[in-house]
Each structure stands twice: as structure tokens, then as C-alpha cells.
Design a protein around this ligand. Structure first.
Ligand code: CS2
Length: 508
């Protein structure tokens, strides 16, 4: 007989080691909407919401909206919004049912269901995890990409939008035309100054709809920036089976995360917001130092390990960092090159933060696939690698280590091209473009790098024209595309770094 599925009715019959919501769920009313209910949201903002409700019950229930697959109705919807959040640290497993999601809404086929929620007067805060590319901005500049197919579609069909900026602008227009209540739109994605970018894309879109809407947004909508952190890989069948085997019930919406979590939010709200600061989040005047720290160190390490890991034949982060060579490379890169680019962060010692981040990545129970982290690298490398590189170049400092993962991203996409034997399947908005370059050029690293650096949506022209940067990336790409990419990484790690400051000699 198959195990019972998680539902409100099952709550009272769960094993005692599974923690349950400590408040009256039946009395819960929605106050927050979240767009993009994936593993990260379920493991982060929804847990903070659950903590707020347990501490100080108010009307801060969540409505979860997906505007892209997967459908929520089949998983969370069937379970009355309930799901299990497992914290895993090597052999330890800690289970908790999160009850903060009161309702889920599938809006993949039409924006209407999402718009109805977002425009409702009950909703005072909209959080979102829509991935880097969801903002339809140009990564190198942060401006709305007016040539983006979804944006051109939405500007001509503003009532039936598909993009995040189009959907938000339409929802705000409806709010303006009906009750006029203020709202805070809070990005929880790993893009630098995420509040400014979200504000930019929504305002640029709204301005094209008319001055009145733009002015209303100016006066009534807050776009705080935030730094969010918790490693929560995509859920697997094995995670679902773990819950069934250990606790005796089925849960199609399980999420697995590490113990560490952090949320630093800019104090720039419109109207009321939940007291996340009472349950571990921090409200600050300036998020910039925190987001640099997190994106350059933790995310920079993950991205580096993902590309070098795939090239070295490793599947997950924890296996990649168990390799002494790659562990040593990433530690040196962060300590010698990334750390000096960081701004002082109140209460955090950067060297200790680096060690803590590296140690988080060794957790064997967090099975984060290198290919998952490698996804959408074109949208990630600017904040994780190129910004610290730019800072160092401006000060005449070496980038001999930071340039390696940039070439790693190139090698990853190049090796997925037909000419290079389609080594693996990739997913990146620039994958086709890089594959076309690789198919045309073949293995001439100089020419490959020239063509890829010319993609100005990723590489700003000043950086692309920097001779030191270019020379390093060419030499690194040569090494990573060779038959012995790990031998090349060893050479970088053991060779005299200064010698690599001069434009390296080209191999034949
Ligand atoms: C990862 C992030 O997939 C990725 O790009 O680097 O999802 C990372 O795990 C989170 O930002 C951790 O907070």
C-alpha cells in the first residue's frame, strides 16, 4: 500500500520528529505574493514567513504564483500548500512542515490569474525568485532589454503580458486604477543591486505605458535590494523517497537545504512589510557590501567549481571541492584576488566568511549538480567574476586566477557545440550564439575569445578591450580546451602567478 500524501488532515498524525506549523493555519490570510515558487523560495522566504507567523501571528500568509513551469497545482496545490523542508548536513536530517503558503496559482498559460492576485488590495508585498534572466535586463548594463522578444510582445499587448516586467507593470496599473494601495516589490534573485534593476525594468516598461503610471509607481511602489542566501538544489526523486522512507508519507514538494541561511534587506519599503527582522533577517540602509560578499565569494566559488568541475568530470559541488587541486584553486582565487575587492561588511570578517562558504560547499548531503549551477552562466558571471576582475584591473592588480572560471564558462558552452562533439547539454540564453561561434571558428582560442568578448550584453566594451584580461582568458581557454584541463589548473596553481601577468605566449 502506498503511503499517504501530505495534507492538512495528516498534520496531526505525523511522526513527532517532524516539526509542524506553530499557528492556526485555518485563520491565515494572504498578505504576500511570491512569483517563482521553486526550491529556493520554499527553503528561504517561505520559511522566514513561517517563522514570522509562529512568532507574531498576523496576516502574512503567502500566495505562491508560477508564471513558468512547473505547475504548482499537482504538487503544493494537492497538499493544501504544505510541504516538508529538510535541513541536511552530512548524515543529519531535520524535517519541518512549512505552512506559510495559503494558496498556489498557476499562471503559465495566461497572466490573468497572476494579475488578479498581484492587483489585490490584500497583497502588500510581492517577493520574487524568477532567475537572473527573468528580469529581461542586459546583464552588462542593467537596462531593460527592449529587443527581448517577451518585452516587444508585452509592449504591444500590455493587457496579456508574458514577462516579469510586463506582468508587474500591468498589476501596478490595475492597483492604480482600483484601490491605489502601495506595494513593495522585493527581488530575491542573485543579481547585483537587484532592487535597482527591478525598479529600472518596471519603470522603463511603465514609462512606455504613460506618464501617469510612471508617476504613480514613483510615489507608491518600493523596490528594496536584498541579499538572499541558502543552498537549496533542485529537488530529486531521491529526496521525495527519503521523506517517505524516514517519515512514512509522500510529499511531492519536498525541499532540501543546508542549515545556513541569510537575508539582508534594504530598508526601503512602501507600506507595511512582515517583521522578517524579528526572525533572523537584517534590515539595512545599504545592501551593496553584503551582496558583493555573497555573490563574489559564495556564488563565485560555486560558479568556478561548476565549470572546472564539469571539465574535470565531477557531478556535484561537494565532490568537486573534495578534489584537493580544485579546492586549493578556489581558495586561492577567493583569498588572493576576490577578497581585496570586497567592501567592509558590518559584522563579517571576509577571511572567515570565505572559510565558512567553502565549508558549506563540502556538505555531502547537498547534492547540487554542477550542470545546475552552470546553467545561465552568461547571466551570472558579471556579478560573480567580471565585476571583481574589473575592480582589480582598475587598480593594476593580477587577475590570473579569476580569469580561469571566465574561460571555464566559455569552454563549457564551446564544448557543447557540434564542432566540439556536443560534450553535454547546456542551458544558457547565449548558448546558441557561442555554439555558432565555436562551429565557425574551431579550436583557435584567440579567435574564439575575440568573438565571445564581443558579446556586449555580457562583456562591457571597456573590459573586452583590456589587453591583460583578453590575454589571460585566451591562455586559460587554451588550457581548459586541451586534453588535460586539470593539468592546466595545476600549472596555474603551482606556476609563478606574476609571470602570468604578462600576456601569455600563445600555444600553436
Ligand atoms: C547557485 C545559487 O545555481 C546557482 O547559481 O549558485 O542558486 C546558490 O546556491 C544560492 O545563491 C545560494 O544562496
Amino acid at each position: 500500500m502506498s503511503a499517504e500524501t501530505l495534507s492538512p488532515a495528516l498534520l496531526d498524525r505525523l511522526p513527532s520528529e517532524v516539526r509542524r506549523p506553530a499557528y492556526d493555519r485555518a485563520a491565515l490570510k494572504p498578505g504576500i505574493a511570491h512569483i517563482g515558487v521553486g526550491a529556493f523560495h520554499r527553503c528561504h522566504q517561505a520559511e522566514y514567513a513561517d517563522d514570522v507567523l509562529a512568532k507574531d501571528f498576523g496576516r502574512w500568509g503567502l500566495v505562491g504564483i508560477n508564471i513558468r513551469p512547473p505547475l504548482l497545482a499537482d504538487t503544493l496545490g494537492r497538499q493544501g500548500g504544505l510541504y516538508t523542508r529538510l535541513i541536511r548536513q552530512n548524515d543529519e536530517v531535520e524535517a519541518r512542515i512549512i505552512g506559510s503558503i495559503v494558496r498556489v496559482v498557476d499562471s503559465q498559460d495566461s497572466a490573468e490569474p497572476a494579475l488578479e492576485v498581484l492587483a489585490s488590495p490584500d497583497i502588500e508585498v510581492v517577493t520574487m525568485t524568477v532567475t537572473e534572466k527573468g528580469y529581461c535586463h542586459i546583464p552588462s548594463s542593467g537596462a531593460l532589454d527592449l529587443d527581448h522578444p517577451d518585452i516587444t510582445h508585452d509592449l504591444t499587448n500590455p493587457e496579456a503580458p508574458r514577462s516579469v516586467p510586463g506582468i508587474l507593470a500591468r498589476a501596478l496599473e490595475r492597483r492604480m486604477a482600483s484601490h491605489g494601495r502601495p506595494v513593495t516589490l522585493l527581488s530575491c534573485d542573485n543579481i547585483p543591486t537587484n532592487g535597482i534593476i527591478l525598479g529600472n525594468v518596471v519603470r522603463t516598461f511603465a514609462e512606455r505605458r504613460g506618464r501617469r503610471l510612471a508617476d504613480w509607481i514613483e510615489a507608491n511602489v518600493g523596490f528594496p535590494s536584498a541579499m538572499v542566501d541558502r543552498i537549496a538544489p533542485a529537488t530529486t526523486e531521491a529526496d521525495i523517497d527519503t521523506v517517505e522512507q524516514r517519515f512514512g508519507y509522500r510529499d511531492a514538494a519536498v525541499v532540501v537545504g543546508e542549515r545556513f541561511r541569510q537575508w539582508v534587506i534594504e530598508n526601503r519599503f512602501a507600506g507595511r512589510v512582515p517583521r522578517w527582522d524579528r526572525v533572523g533577517a537584517t534590515f539595512v540602509d545599504d545592501v551593496t557590501p553584503f551582496e558583493h560578499l555573497k555573490m563574489r565569494v559564495l556564488n563565485g566559488a560555486q560558479t568556478t567549481l561548476s565549470y572546472l568541475g564539469v571539465l574535470g568530470g565531477f557531478e556535484h559541488t561537494f565532490e568537486t571541492i573534495a578534489d584537493p587541486l580544485l579546492a586549493s584553486f578556489v581558495r586561492r582565487m577567493l583569498t588572493e584576488e576576490t577578497l581585496p575587492t570586497l567592501m567592509p561588511v558590518p559584522g563579517i570578517a571576509p577571511a572567515a566568511y570565505i572559510e565558512q562558504s567553502l565549508s558549506r560547499l563540502t556538505n555531502t548531503a547537498i547534492r547540487h549538480r554542477n550542470h545546475q549551477i552552470a546553467t545561465d552562466g552568461s547571466q551570472k558571471i558579471v556579478q560573480r567574476l567580471l565585476n571583481p576582475i574589473r575592480d582589480r584591473l582598475a587598480r593594476g592588480e593580477s587577475i590570473a586566477l579569476l580569469s580561469v572560471p571566465v574561460a571555464g564558462w566559455m569552454a563549457y558552452l564551446i564544448k557543447a557545440s557540434a564542432r566540439f562533439g556536443r560534450a553535454w547539454q547546456v542551458s544558457d540564453p547565449f548558448a546558441e550564439k557561442v555554439a555558432a561561434i565555436a562551429d565557425r571558428i574551431g579550436s583557435n582560442s584567440n579567435a574564439l575569445v575575440d568573438s565571445i568578448l564581443a558579446i556586449d550584453a555580457i562583456f562591457d566594451p571597456q573590459l573586452a578591450a583590456n589587453a591583460t584580461f583578453r590575454a589571460h582568458v585566451v591562455a586559460d581557454l587554451d588550457g581548459l580546451l586541451s586534453n588535460d584541463p586539470m593539468g592546466f589548473v595545476r600549472q596555474v596553481c603551482t606556476g609563478p602567478t606574476d609571470a602570468r601577468l604578462k600576456p601569455p605566449a600563445r600555444s600553436a
